[in-house]
Design a protein around this ligand. Structure first.
Ligand code: UDP
Ligand code: MG
Length: 325
């Protein structure tokens, strides 16, 4: 019998987690030939999520939990889940039931067909604010234009992967993780299954506008150095223009004498170039700050409590294992 780990990041999901388990279990208990385990990650929730996870695991032995020492973010939670997983197949999905468990059978069927990964793709953005949809679309356009790692528009973090693909993803040990891109970067054959957006009925979204903006910048800078090239290209272009302008001014001055007015031109040029230099420094800064964070080699997450005995976790030293009967 093949084993499947369901990896579910949970941050302040006390309202949904039980419903999530009930609905998902209703689906997976009907699937023959697989044994399902849950790896629920409490990403430093401030509500009763962790208590609920412990309760679930007490009643259902196939439920494992990992609780972080603070909020490390969804990407870290997914990574922790993958690290602790030992099954043949891995499913990553959200806790809020926006990723319909009913899709799991057809996703597993895709794996049996021979795909390395089967991922859900949202075909519409119903129930999402217009402004978020707009920025999201722009992000995919910009990111795919700048980067060789093409990200599928509508791709969500709901996918089944084979052990081989999971191991490849785990080899990418960067601290600043952008899973959507990492899953594309490792390659392999992915089958996309379209689905209609499901509105969140319980709990609230954990994303703020600013949070999404930072996420988008992470996405671009993690997979592309095009912004840096654009800075050099722009610098080169401005040099060329300035050079032509210098020649023209020189000739004019030699022929017509010194032309005193020109205050406006001077001011415009100084302001424009000043702005451009600031902007370029900002782009450089984005990359430098990423290098800075990566070179510290800090752990991606810290486990406070888990009921998973061992596994390949690298943060073992900082984790307290629960030995509950
Ligand atoms: N999540 C998390 N850590 C965070 C933010 C979110 O583990 O810091 C989890 C959250 O509990 C949910 C999933 O990531 O299971 C997706 O979050 P959310 O529904 O808020 O995002 P959206 O569906 O709006 O993109
Ligand atoms: Mg959601």
């Amino acid at each position: 019998m093949k084993t499947v780990d369901l990896i579910v990041p949970c941050y302040n999901e006390e309202e949904v987690i039980e419903t999530f388990y009930r609905e998902t279990d209703g689906v997976v208990s009907q699937i023959d030939g697989y044994r399902f385990y849950y790896i629920l990650i409490d990403d430093g929730s401030k509500d009763k999520t962790f208590i609920k996870l412990k309760e679930l695991s007490r009643v259902h032995p196939e439920v494992k939990y990992i609780s972080f020492s603070r909020n490390f973010g969804k990407e870290a939670a997914i990574y922790a889940g993958l690290r602790h997983s030992t099954s043949d197949y891995v499913i990553v999905m959200d806790a809020d039931l926006q990723h319909p468990p009913a899709m799991i059978p057809s996703m597993l069927a895709g794996i049996e067909e021979g795909y390395d990964c089967v991922a859900a793709m949202r075909v519409d953005r119903k129930g999402e604010s217009k402004i978020r949809s707009f920025f999201s679309t722009q992000f995919y356009k910009l990111s795919n234009w700048m980067s060789d790692v093409k990200m599928a528009k509508g791709a969500v973090d709901f996918r089944v992967m084979t052990r081989q693909m999971v191991n490849s993803v785990l080899e990418l040990s960067e601290v600043q993780r952008f899973s959507k891109g990492l899953f594309m970067w490792v390659g392999y054959n992915t089958k996309w299954i379209p689905y209609e957006n499901v509105e969140r009925t319980l709990g609230t979204t954990k994303w703020s506008f600013w949070g999404l903006f930072k996420y988008a910048i992470d996405g671009i800078t993690s997979f592309s150095v095009t912004p840096l090239r654009m800075v050099s290209a722009l610098g080169f272009f401005i040099c060329m223009v300035a050079f032509i302008y210098i020649i023209v001014t020189l000739i004019k001055t030699l022929i017509f004498g010194i032309d005193v007015p020109g205050y406006a031109t001077l001011l415009c040029a100084v302001l424009f170039l000043g702005g451009l230099i600031e902007f370029s420094l900002g782009i450089l800064g984005e990359y430098i700050s990423r290098i800075y964070i990566e070179t510290k080699h800090r752990p991606i997450y810290i486990v406070r409590q888990t009921n998973i005995a061992s596994g390949s976790d690298t943060n073992i030293s900082s984790q307290k294992e629960e030995q509950e009967a």
